[in-house]
Design a protein. Structure first.
Length: 268
């Protein structure tokens, strides 16, 4: 049973447009966008999301983090008026705040449905796994406002799908349906809308079966080598592999494999 998470960090204050729930039995934390119908993301909310990710990253009760939303839309994007009122210092932190799921050492899943535009799309792109309902529409509509994506959207997309498709999405403010997003490698899974929560739960339970240390190492290695040469990536992979061989979890994994039993990983 999920219960509201109480933050001790005084920097957060009252959460703006979202809530956080902890399910200790499933080692899961849910960040729930809760400003229906469109779950518009305010400027203060972005900084709060970063602080929440940093807090959950240090919470020993949490193995997996899920971002989801209330209502039929994940998020139509940011509060346009807030951009005009924000100081240059605030705007300069936008990409850093929205990149917090990537910096988080734990696996982060996002469950998308309906509109997933602007910062809603950029936040999703910063996650490790994107499960899209068939109702999902992804878009970076900033060109219609005389702007460009400012929180990593075009940069992350180009790494995922290449410059040609990224230009098509960014420069034409083009909407991409869930099935096409899956075919292009943007979405990890595309499921019927009624099965979105079930598919998310299933992925959470699957990820919990793996060794926490190996999981965190894999995420950091893949993120750190996305821009590196193949030679450097292979070298770093070898160092990470060597370090994990000294872990208790690797020893347990080998013993469980030989004994033909499920492993009991402890994260060391």
């Amino acid at each position: 049973m999920c219960s509201p998470y109480i933050f001790a960090d005084p920097r957060l204050g009252k959460l703006d447009g979202f809530q956080v729930e902890i399910d200790e039995a499933h080692e899961r934390a849910d960040i729930v966008l809760n400003r229906p119908p469109y779950n518009v993301v305010s400027m203060p909310q972005r900084d709060q999301l970063r602080l929440v990710f940093e807090t959950l990253d240090d919470d020993a009760r949490v193995r997996i983090i899920v971002i989801r939303s209330i209502g039929e839309h994940f998020s139509s994007g940011g509060n346009i008026g807030g951009f005009m009122e924000a100081t240059p210092e605030t705007v300069s932190k936008l990409a850093w705040n929205i990149a917090s799921p990537t910096r988080c050492s734990k696996p982060v899943i996002v469950a998308n449905r309906g509109y997933c535009f602007g910062v809603g799309f950029e936040l999703s792109l910063a996650c490790d796994f994107r499960i899209a309902s068939e109702t999902t529409l992804y878009a970076l509509p900033e060109q219609k406002l005389g702007q460009i994506p400012g929180s990593g959207g075009s940069a992350r997309l180009q790494k995922m799908i290449g410059i040609t498709r990224t230009k098509d999405i960014v420069m034409r403010s083009k909407r991409i349906a869930a099935k096409q997003a899956f075919d292009w490698g943007i979405a990890t899974e595309c499921v019927p809308d009624a099965e979105l929560e079930k598919a998310t739960d299933k992925l959470v339970d699957e990820l919990r079966t793996f060794a926490p240390l190996a999981q965190r190492t894999a995420k950091k290695l893949l993120n750190d080598t996305v821009d590196s040469t193949l030679t450097v990536a292979i070298e770093l992979e070898g160092h990470c592999y060597s370090r994990l061989r000294q872990s208790e979890d690797f020893k347990e994994g080998v013993e469980a494999f030989n004994a033909k039993r499920p492993p009991k990983f402890v994260g060391r």
